[in-house]
Design a binder for this molecule. Sequence first.
Ligand SMILES: [Zn+2]
Length: 488
Amino acid sequence: MNWNRIIRVLAGAAALTGAASMPVAAQVAPPAAPGIPSNPSPIGDTSAIAREAQGWLADLVRINTTNPPGNEQIAAMYIAGILNKEGIKAEILEVTPGRSAVVARLRSAVMADPSKALLLVAHVDVVGVDKSKWTVDPFGAVMKDGYLYGRGAIDDKGMLAANLAAFIALKRANMRLNRDVIFLATADEEQGGDASIKILIAKHWDKFAAGFALNEGGEVLLKNGKVQYVAVQASEKVPVNVAVIARGTSGHASRPTKDNAVVHLASAIVKIGGYSAPVHFTTIVRRYFEQLAAIEDDEIGKWMRSLDASDRGEHAQKVVSDANPLWNSMMRDTIAPTMLSAGVRANVIPGEARAILNIRLLPGDTINMLLADLTKVVNDPQIRFEIQPDAGLAAPPSSLESDFYAAITRVAEREFSNAPVLPFQSTGATDSAQLRLHNVQAYGLLPFPLTDEDFRRMHGDDERIPLASFNKGVDLLARVLAEFAVAR
Ligand SMILES: [Zn+2]
């Protein structure tokens, strides 16, 4: 901790309340985001620790963990240092050289039941930046206008710092727990490679085995200054990359041939681009639309209620799909061509041309079934598909009937003036799939009230988190812990 940082953190907190001249000690409650009530949580007032955690977040943003290469080790040591200072034993688990996870535990009993334990998960690595497009240093943790800017401010260092704060708040409150609470910071989430949670589980599962987990993947959507809904991720789509390979005769470009691989590839991609996979509803997606229909405007709400109707269901699916790319992707397998490569010289017809399709399967659908359809759509013997390594694995969904889902729902409804809590099947992948494959009831709740505009900056330019929302997120997590893990 250095004094400059303390000043910056305090200045950020003061600016938020719009009362920079007010003595810091007088600010007893966390500055509330618009429309968000603020009263002390059962494990105490979280405003002080939220301000402290803003400093941890800033420090974590300054530790560059762009993946690749990740370099999560330094961040892991920083986190372990914070935990150790609180008297919590933190263990650094090396996954591959220079790439580590951190685990720590608050015990409920000498011999606790792992199946009851609650795991707080966040990843330490971040995606890269295009520095020229940022208006601030992406690794400078600049605080201005009530925001903290930086790569990872939301995804996922925001949640990492908030998890750390809620975990430490629980320790400081010194209350009797009804289950172990485990803090876990993971590496290599953004690439899912050989330092990822998959390998971590294979090597160290006994260190963090749990029945329940809270991770990123959901959202608290802020619209017109009010929380519109809280989406709790209980399932996710499965990413698979597929190469499309066109073969033809190579030769001199002055004598074009009909079997030119570039032409055949381009034609195949156009056909794939026009293809829409059939709609399948999972239980979670059905419930998501049913609940969302109640708060959307009349027109789109009406179509959401008709998605399953035998007479106009098909039309409703089209209207809803066209209204929002997220909704489209929640209902069907999607295919996005993302890379193209062919040719070595301007005057040489190449013998091969390739594209990469980034495919997101609904859980339950298989890549082979989809590729059988695409083969028919493309209908070209010069084209073949090749499934790329490192495809995601389909995991069973987390239950919407578990005690933990109910606890999250109760707390979120209470904290956000009865905003609806919707189950969510995310289109993006998270560490939760691997946890679900190990029988963990894992839920995604990015706890910060954020506008769509701020959400879109995740993985984009000028990623930032409103400090008031960060504080609220810390408070929300602390309340979830109080509700689910504190003995009554
Ligand atoms: Zn993430």
